[in-house]
Ligand binder design. Sequence first.
Ligand code: G3D
Ligand code: MG
Length: 180
Amino acid sequence: MMGLIFAKLWSLFCNQEHKVIIVGLDNAGKTTILYQFLMNEVVHTSPTIGSNVEEIVVKNTHFLMWDIGGQESLRSSWNTYYSNTEFIILVVDSIDRERLAITKEELYRMLAHEDLRKAGVLIFANKQDMKGCMTAAEISKYLTLSSIKDHPWHIQSCCALTGEGLCQGLEWMTSRIGVR
Ligand code: G3D
Ligand code: MG
């Protein structure tokens, strides 16, 4: 009996939708990453919900992914997307050393936001195929990720063009569900 109830609760939980926002500066690779998720065979998707919202399903876990524009003029409106967000995917262009400071500023601004206090953060160190790019360890150090104690976080190196590393990132997200 307990087992049945548990199974029921579990399936209810699994079919719940988890809101994810994909943020990062323009040109970081956000749209390419979302496109890779959609193309990936292990991920089942529903038809596009809006111009920048997609639903993807990983191992029975539904993620509603919002791809938010990263141009300077749009960054100030990121907060209109925050409510009920469970995960932030922050995409970093690992070759763009000049703008990593702006990314850092935006990251800490988000972490301080009331609506994101429960959100986990997955950082994709993207464009690892580019010669001379920063490693995930370098980016982690620059962003002082180890100082983040009030949000679960994970950094994953990836190449959105080939899809390398993306699944590991998604796996971290699924592993975090139900932990809090
Ligand atoms: P955005 O949605 O964050 O603004 P996009 O970024 O997904 O539009 O990607 C911006 C550019 O970076 C695109 O190039 C895209 O192909 C490229 N890009 C994304 N991921 C990678 C990667 O892992 N490696 C490399 N080398 N390039 C990547 P274009 O030329 O189409 O503008
Ligand atoms: Mg885009």
